[in-house]
Design a protein around this ligand. Sequence first.
Ligand code: RM4
Ligand code: MN
Ligand code: MN
Length: 426
Amino acid sequence: MKITADRILEFNKNNHSSFKTELDFLKNRLTKKGIDTEGIISKVADFQVAIPSWALGAGGTRFGRFSYGGEPASLEQKLDDIGVLHALTQSSGAVSLHIPWDIPNDVKAVKEIAQNHGIVFDAMNSNTFQDQPNAEETYKYGSLSAVNEASRDYAVQHNLDVIKIGEELGSKSLTVWLADGANFPGQNNFQRVLQNTENSLKSIYGEMPEDWKMFIEYKPYEPNFYSTVIQDWGTSFMLANACGERAFTLVDLGHHLPNTNIEQIVATLMLKGKLGGFHFNDSKYGDDDITVGSIKPYALFLIFNELVYGIKNNPQNPDLAWMIDASHNTKDPLEDLLQSLEAILIAYTQALLVDQNALKQAQQENDVVTCQEILQDAYRTDVRPLIKAAREKSGAAVNPIKAYRDLQVRNTLIKERGTKNQATGL
Ligand code: RM4
Ligand code: MN
Ligand code: MN
């Protein structure tokens, strides 16, 4: 299914009325405060987030998997789904592939489909946490960190293969998330597995094309429950430094123990020019991968506040690779991703409203109350009319979820693909 620009225009014509009044009211209020609303609308319209290929299928838990109709069965169909999201929002113009889940059979055809939808290939993810049916070596006791040299070499080679595929597709970065770790005390020699990991990452880094970046993602636990080799931002940062200047840390919101101050981690990494990638999701307990902004929207805003500050003030930090790393099997995944995109844009827009000069002055004066007022004033502003204006400007639907439902997207996909399809991946 492809949603044409005409259908979006028609939808917008029928869904305009109340938002224009709200927009005028908000613009008026913000302009009086000296805020450049048109500048904010342009920034929001330009913001692009990659969709991971795994999120389009029915996610499951280890207790079960519930399919839904019209699920994409191939990479081509996954790209079509991202095409639907992008047509509705104009803010998901990128895909992040997970290999070996989504190896393109026909690179040329896949590129053409992506191009037709206005989608580019962002970071490539190299999964080394499962053995494939034809695997020659096992990752059961680790991949890049394994004590078994053959497993390590096999995992390094897999990463190099992923880079090759990425090069053909036009990607420029590799994300390494390692599940490696131990389930029981004594199982691993911490120093040895860390050293193995550093050596393996250096081998991959050494073979990366000159214009590629490497993102090292950390996570405290799961699937290993006693220890994880790259457990936190410090370990990732250390490994990125060991590899070189094109290696960076990747922050995934769900990869922290409860109550970790993620905004402070973001600020620290950006100051050091080492924040490269960012995965959005939300969580209550662990790596729950639930809809962005569904549990802790204020935390998301505070994180965005640091991101916006860093983007403006830290030229030493590269442009970030943004990706949604969330999807849930009790929702239609496309609607879930639309909700995540909405939450991301809301937090971003609110962060853009923060009066940085006033905040700096209040901080200089140790006026703690004013500091809090400034942040909360931005957070408590209903910025949705600005987002609708940005969407209208870029040819997206002013209300993507309503458009998705009005246009009967899911029913059409079920008619096209049937009810029995099952996606590759998780
Ligand atoms: C991991 C991590 C990776 C993601 C996999 C599917 O927990 O978040 O980024 O690619 O899950
Ligand atoms: Mn992630
Ligand atoms: Mn995760």
